[in-house]
Design a binder for this molecule. Sequence first.
Ligand code: SF4
Ligand code: SF4
Length: 315
Amino acid sequence: MPDSSHALDPRKFQDPFVTADGQQRAVVALTHLTTMWFNTGSLCNITCVNCYMDSSPKNDALAYITLAEMRTYLDEIDAGHMQVEEIAFTGGEPFMNPDIIDMLGEALARGYRVLVLSNAMKPMHQKRARLLDLKQRFGKALSIRVSVDHFTRTKHEDVRGKDSWPPMIEGLRWLAENDFSMAVAGRTCWDEPETLGRAGYRALFAEENIPVDADDPGQLVLFPEMDTNADVPEITVHCWDILGVQPESMMCATSRMVIKRKGADKPVVVPCTLLPYDTAFELGHELAQSSKAVNLNHPHCAKFCVLGGASCSPN
Ligand code: SF4
Ligand code: SF4
């Protein structure tokens, strides 16, 4: 039976401006849009335990975004002379989107650094020839971050399913052999000290000749477990000083993400990669409308950003 003493208090995260105990809720202003994310769609080729997107081969709540839709946002960035540095793609599994290679090529041709988050399994393998072409044309401007939940096959497959390890390792090796810019994302839900985790990945990378520095938090990004039912404090305007955390360091201070809901006639902008389903966080269809400050009215804001230090940002 779940421990209800630690379940999320239902009075919390109700009013966007005021916390359950009557204090002013914290907000994060957009300081400078540096990373523009595109959610390619929520479908995935596998079903992981605790995927924060609830992705699976059946979840199509977020539709495949198209090249034409992506272009309208890149055009808006260009027209507004916004100093965006990086275009990033997440899913679901981005390589399942039929337009993914064309979208990568479009962003690269416009001079952006491009990041793709992938499980490096079959959908990526099927795009190998076209990825090599992009690599030859744009070199290290294209970077792929592969999810390796644990450095052992057993624990990785506990999360990702039986026999998910061999195709991932094949994808990782292929990226390394072909000199792609690459990184790895792991999890820290194993009750292991981080030093032990990094040592385990270091040994795996050495054995497989993977050019990722396990001691560099930008190259091996370790994410905390996402227990979405656990109780968590609400963040007030006073918390920044108390915790010594800067609002400018939150992902939503420098990022926005474009998603397209199933059945919607056009995409919409949300503050970050962590909240694709909560419609209260929608910021409008255009980037011009999306620069408003974000009220931290979601448990993820507290647990993963302000208190947990989690971020999907490569920086
Ligand atoms: S591979 Fe990634 S997107 Fe797909 S189910 Fe697993 S965690 Fe979710
Ligand atoms: S989840 Fe994090 S990045 Fe997203 S809106 Fe909340 S504080 Fe910002």
